[in-house]
Design a protein around this ligand. Structure first.
Ligand code: FRU
Length: 497
C-alpha cells in the first residue's frame, strides 16, 4: 500500500516507509489493507465513489492496542492496489464520539458520501449513539476530508427493551425506503438486530426488532453463546434472496455467522426477515466483524472482515502493528440456498506474470502467494514444515467433499483450536475438489471450493521450512499423475492504485 500523493499519511509520526511499522516483520501482510502502524480492527463503510473503492477501518493510530478508535481510510481503483489516505474520523473532544468513533457504514445521501457510525462518549457502558459525518468535498474522488455533525441522530437504544449493547449501524435501501440495522444485546442475554427507518438520515424511527437469538433457525445456526450481535450486515443475492451476517459476541468477540432468508415489509411499517438456513460466515478462528458492500455496478456483494493477531500480546507490541483486513470476497447463495464465497476476481491482478508452480512437485513457497490445488483423488498439500517434522497441511477428499486444514504444529497463543478444521468443499463424490489458498505473511485464507472459507493466522518460526509438497493418493481418471493439478503464483509487490 502507499500514501496518496501529497498526503501526510495516517497519523504515524515519523513513518516514511509506505509500509510503515511491520515492513521488516515477515509476518506482516503486504497486499491486504492495514494501517502503516499500530492498531486496526473492523472494516467499516466499504463504499464505491467516482470510480474508486473506499474502505475504512477501526484504527488506533497511537499504539497497537484496541483503544481510542479512529477511522483509518484507504481506497483502490480495482480492489487490488490500495492507497492510504489521512484518517477520516477522529474523536471530537466534548462530542458524542469523544471516546471513540466506533463501527458503521458509508452511504450516498443525495450525492454526499455520509458516514453513519457509532459514537462512544466517556460515560459509555456498551451503549453507543448513532452519529453522522459528511464528506467535505463530494467532488474529491479520494474523499479525504470529513465533517462530523455536532450531535448524534440517535442518542441511544429505544426505551423499554432493556438494551445493554447498542452499536454498529448498517444502512441499506429496500421497498422504497432507507433502513438501518443496529447490533444489540439485551439484559436477559438475548442478542438481536434492531431496525430503524432512516429514509431521512437526520430523523430516525425505531421500526422493531428485525431478529433475535431466540429465532430457532438462528439458534441452530449460531449456537446459543452470543449475548450480542455486533456489526450486522445485510446483502441481496443475485437471485433476489437476502443474507444477514453478524459477529457473535459473548463478552468477547468469538466468530461470525450468516442467515439466508427473505425480507418483506410487515404490517407494522417495518420489515420482517424470515431466515431459512444459516451457518458460519467464515469457518476460521481469526475472522470477525464483517463489512458488506452491495456493489450493484458490478452486480455482486463484497465482504471484508477483520483478522486479529493470534500471537502473544508482547510479540504484537514489539512488532508495533496489529490487525489486518481480509481479502475482498464475493458472497452469494448457491442453488441449495447455502452460502457461496469466492475471492474477488480482481485479486488475480496481484499475481506475478508467471506461476512459480504448475504441477504437483516439491518447491519453495514465497511469503505471499495465491495457490490453487484441484484434487481428483485424495490429495494432501503441505505448506509448512516445522523442525519437529510437523506439517501444516490441507487434505482434499473428493469422496466426502471436504478439505481439512491441520495446523496443530502451530499452536495458538490463545490456546484454542488445535483440532483440524474440516471444511465442506463440495458435494460428496464430485469428480474433483478445488482449494484456493491466499497467503500473505501470517494471514492464511483458505477457500474450500466456494462452499466455505477459513481465515487463520499462522506465524512462521525461523526454523520452519515453507515448502509446497503435494501428494496424491493414486492416479485420477486420466491415469498416473492425474490425481491433482496445482498452480501457484507469488503475489507481486503492491504498487499504488
Ligand atoms: C467489533 C466491535 C464493534 C465496535 C468496534 C469497536 O469488533 O466491537 O462492535 O463498534 O469493534 O472498535
Amino acid at each position: 500500500m502507499s500514501h496518496a500523493p501529497g498526503s501526510a499519511g495516517p497519523h504515524a509520526p515519523g513513518t516514511t516507509d509506505p509500509h510503515g511499522a511491520g515492513s521488516t516483520d515477515p509476518h506482516a501482510p503486504r497486499h491486504h489493507v492495514r494501517p502503516p502502524a499500530n492498531w486496526a480492527n473492523d472494516p467499516n463503510g466499504p463504499f464505491r465513489w467516482r470510480g474508486r473503492y473506499h474502505l475504512f477501518y477501526q484504527h488506533n493510530p497511537y499504539a497497537p492496542t484496541h483503544t481510542d478508535m479512529h477511522w483509518g481510510h484507504a481506497s483502490s481503483p480495482d480492489l487490488a492496489r490500495w492507497t492510504h489516505h489521512p484518517i477520516a474520523l477522529t474523536p471530537t473532544p466534548g462530542g458524542p464520539d469523544e471516546a471513540g468513533c466506533w463501527s458503521g457504514c458509508v452511504v450516498d445521501d443525495a450525492g454526499v458520501p455520509t458516514a453513519v457510525y457509532t459514537g462512544i462518549d466517556h460515560r459509555h457502558t456498551g451503549l453507543g449513539t448513532l452519529c453522522l459525518a459528511r464528506a467535505a468535498d463530494p467532488e474529491d474522488r479520494h474523499l479525504e476530508r470529513w465533517r462530523p455533525e455536532p450531535g448524534p441522530v440517535v442518542a441511544g437504544p429505544p426505551d423499554g427493551l432493556e438494551v445493554t449493547m447498542f452499536r454498529d449501524p448498517f444502512v441499506f435501501s429496500h421497498a422504497g425506503r432507507r433502513w438501518s440495522l443496529v447490533g444489540a444485546g439485551h439484559a436477559d442475554g438475548t442478542p438481536s438486530v434492531l431496525l430503524y427507518d432512516c429514509t431521512d438520515l437526520t430523523s430516525w424511527r425505531f421500526a422493531g426488532i428485525l431478529l433475535d437469538g431466540r429465532d430457532p433457525v438462528a439458534a441452530d445456526a449460531f449456537g446459543d453463546k452470543a449475548v450480542g450481535w455486533e456489526c450486522p450486515q445485510l446483502l441481496r443475492t443475485r437471485g433476489g434472496g437476502w443474507v444477514l451476517a453478524v459477529a457473535l459476541w459473548d463478552g468477547d468477540p468469538r466468530a461470525t455467522g450468516y442467515l439466508a432468508g427473505t425480507l418483506e415489509p410487515d404490517a407494522a411499517g417495518g420489515l420482517a426477515f424470515a431466515p431459512r438456513t444459516g451457518g458460519r460466515l467464515d469457518h476460521g478462528r481469526d475472522f470477525y466483524a464483517p463489512a458488506v458492500l452491495q456493489d450493484d455496478a458490478a452486480g455482486r456483494a463484497l465482504l471484508w472482515g477483520w483478522s486479529w493477531e493470534s500471537r502473544a500480546r508482547e510479540e504484537t507490541e514489539r512488532a508495533g502493528w496489529a490487525g489486518v483486513l481480509t481479502s475482498p470476497r464475493v458472497v452469494d447463495l448457491g442453488p441449495d440456498g447455502t452460502l457461496r464465497t469466492a475471492p474477488a476476481p480482481e485479486l488475480e491482478l496481484l499475481r506475478a506474470a508467471a506461476p512459480f508452480v504448475t504441477a504437483p512437485v516439491r518447491t519453495p513457497l514465497p511469503v505471499a502467494y495465491d495457490l490453487s490445488v484441484i484434487a481428483r483423488t485424495p490429495t494432501t498439500a503441505s505448506l509448512l514444515r516445522a523442525a519437529s517434522g510437523a506439517e501444516l497441511t490441507l487434505r482434499l477428499d473428493p469422496a466426502t467433499g471436504t478439505v481439512t486444514l491441520d495446523r496443530s504444529g502451530w499452536p495458538r497463543a490463545r490456546g484454542d483450536g488445535a483440532a483440524p478444521l474440516v471444511l465442506p468443499a463440495g458435494p460428496p463424490g464430485a469428480p474433483e475438489l478445488e482449494v484456493r489458498v491466499l497467503v500473505d505473511g501470517s494471514l492464511l485464507e483458505v477457500f474450500a471450493g466456494d462452499r466455505a472459507v477459513a481465515t487463520e493466522r499462522v506465524y512462521r518460526r525461523p526454523d520452519d521450512v515453507a515448502e509446497l509438497a503435494v501428494t496424491s493418493g493414486g492416479a485420477g481418471p486420466g491415469g498416473a499423475g492425474d490425481g491433482a493439478a496445482v498452480t501457484g503464483w507469488a503475489l507481486v509487490p503492491p504498487t499504488p492504485g
